[in-house]
Design a protein around this ligand. Structure first.
Ligand SMILES: NC(=O)c1ccc[n+]([C@@H]2O[C@H](COP(=O)([O-])OP(=O)(O)OC[C@H]3O[C@@H](n4cnc5c(N)ncnc54)[C@H](OP(=O)(O)O)[C@@H]3O)[C@@H](O)[C@H]2O)c1
Length: 254
């Protein structure tokens, strides 16, 4: 049976672990022929994720690149080269808090790195990929925002939260610009995902508090996020445009 993923190419940024690795594998299982896995510092992680992609029968292509600087973003777009013209599904997932920084101690350098990684990379990678989608009259972009965009983030995560609010706003603007050409742009907004991100930036005490305050009584998983990314890429989501979907077990309801 032919489905909308067959023969298609996906690019997932930040696919070396966490949500991105799960999304790359899920897109391969959905039927994509090729998944381009971007990684930052962890080629080893990307190789592991690529094994899952290949196990699902898809070709895996690995491209590295630091996206926390403008030069890094430009280099990644250059490394993508002509492959940018063959992408059907773009998942702008790479992102990080990088380091907590409150108002008093946030440096210009950290501010720029957080904004470049989480917001500027989304804009300029989409700028590289979307024109050929628009020329073909189809394609899907899924950005990754955050629950932090809604509530301002925890202590020391304000600039990260602002960068993710920028992603939600860009999602709407890009969606308006690209929908007439047949390209759909949406975002997911993860709540608290039980993965390396929080192993690095939260404590078990904080995470236990989130579980208690979550109607579903558990943290979210990488697979919870990947499932909605695949759904947004699918034809079942053909009328969903410019939305940011909150996925958090009911911890935050819009
Ligand atoms: N975990 C959560 O609870 C949560 C909640 C809301 C939103 N999010 C968002 O979800 C997305 C995926 O995060 P995750 O939870 O899967 O976290 P993760 O496990 O920390 O993975 C982050 C991914 O982004 C890549 N990355 C980080 N810094 C980079 C840089 N400077 N240049 C290029 N790539 C970089 C990492 O690549 P390397 O490891 O190869 O460097 C990795 O593949 C992020 O945008 C994050 O902000 C996560």
């Amino acid at each position: 049976m032919v489905n909308e993923f067959q023969g298609k190419t996906a690019l997932v940024t930040g696919a070396s672990r966490g949500i991105g690795a799960a999304a790359a594998a899920a897109l391969a299982r959905a039927g994509c022929a090729r998944v381009i896995l971007h990684f930052g510092s962890s080629r080893e992680g990307a190789e592991k994720a690529a094994e899952q992609v290949r196990a699902a029968g898809a070709e895996a292509v690995l491209i590295g690149g630091d996206l926390a600087t403008e030069t890094g973003i430009r280099n990644f777009v250059a490394a993508l080269g002509d492959r940018a013209r063959s992408i059907d599904f773009l998942v702008n997932n790479a992102g990080s808090l990088i380091q907590r920084g409150k108002l008093a101690d946030m440096s210009y350098d950290l501010y720029n790195r957080v904004m470049d990684l989480n917001a500027k990379s989304v804009w300029f990678i989409t700028q590289a990929v979307a024109p050929s989608m628009a020329a073909r009259g189809c394609g899907v972009v899924v950005n990754v925002s955050s629950i932090a965009a809604r509530h301002g983030g925890g202590l020391g995560a304000t600039v990260y939260a602002a960068s993710k609010a920028a992603v939600a706003a860009m999602t709407k603007g890009m969606a308006k610009e690209l929908a007439p050409s047949g390209v759909r742009v949406n975002a997911i907004s993860p709540g608290t995902v039980d993965n390396d991100f929080h192993a690095k930036f939260s404590t078990r005490e904080i995470l236990d508090g989130v579980v208690k305050a979550t109607p579903q009584g558990r943290l979210s998983t990488n697979e919870d996020m990947a499932g909605v990314i695949v759904f947004l890429c699918s034809d079942a989501a053909c009328n969903i445009i410019g939305q940011t979907i909150e996925i958090n077990g009911g911890a935050f309801m819009v």
